[in-house]
Design a binder for this molecule. Structure first.
Ligand SMILES: Nc1ncnc2c1ncn2[C@@H]1O[C@H](COP(=O)(O)OP(=O)(O)OP(=O)(O)O)[C@@H](O)[C@H]1O
Length: 214
């Protein structure tokens, strides 16, 4: 079985205030494929980023990511030694940069804003899926990045990481303070919340940035 997790980043269109905005945005992005309702996706997703089931002949998908306020990124992790030993098999794989495709039935595929294969580093994930949320927050636009996925899919590895491979949170903090240092003419108020809800009720990590120029 292949493991993967979703990373959702969200930019809110409102200017940052001292509390998180409750406004949400959705996109008018339409995929050219015939979408089949009612089929279960290998990963649940949100808002516009509902994954779309389609057949191979309708490729490629043109995802206009820069116009989206909510983006969903999928990251596959490699099989662990234990899984290899147990003879686990890859069930889904990254087919190009935006498609997740079934190993067992090549005509079943889902489109996301970005899909990363198992050799991708967290730094690469950060640069593509998270950095723009941080730079947006530093311009005063509220942003949220959260990871979700089944147990052992790699959420902690991606969000927290370790010394050798820092996760999105340490990379974001580093970036934030670099931006502050590089902008001495501006005064910043930063509020950060980190939240992990576990065990059925909710099951994700949330990292919010509120950057403002008082
Ligand atoms: N991209 C990756 N490359 C290599 N190893 C990874 C990767 N992602 C996760 N792992 C490894 O897979 C294992 C499970 O990952 P992790 O603990 O991050 O999952 P999780 O989704 O946070 O799990 P849980 O929900 O149970 O806390 C860990 O040993 C981690 O080091």
């Amino acid at each position: 079985m292949a493991f993967r997790q979703g990373l959702v980043s969200k930019k809110l269109s409102s200017r940052a205030a001292n509390s998180p905005s409750s406004s949400t945005t959705s996109s008018s992005k339409q995929f050219p494929e015939t979408s089949v309702e009612g089929l279960s996706s290998p990963a649940s997703s949100t808002a516009r980023s509902k994954s779309h089931y389609f057949h191979s002949e309708s490729l490629p998908v043109d995802v206009q990511r820069s116009k989206e306020n909510v983006t969903v990124t999928v990251r596959f992790r490699p099989l662990s030694q234990r899984e290899i030993k147990l003879g686990e098999e890859i069930a889904w794989y990254a087919d190009g940069e935006t498609i997740v495709r079934s190993e067992n039935n090549a005509s079943i595929a889902y489109a996301y804003d970005k899909v990363f294969g198992p050799t991708t580093t967290t730094r690469q994930v950060y640069d593509v899926a998270a950095q723009h949320v941080i730079s947006g927050a530093m311009e005063g636009i509220n942003g949220t990045i959260f990871a979700y996925g089944v147990t052992s899919s790699g959420k902690t590895h991606t969000m927290h990481g370790d010394q050798r491979s820092p996760g999105i949170i340490p990379l974001a903090v580093k970036d934030t303070f670099s931006i502050i240092q590089e902008t001495p003419s501006r005064e910043y108020l930063l509020r950060v919340s980190y939240l992990e809800i576990y065990n059925e009720v909710r099951f994700w990590s949330v990292f919010q940035f509120y950057g403002s120029d008082p």
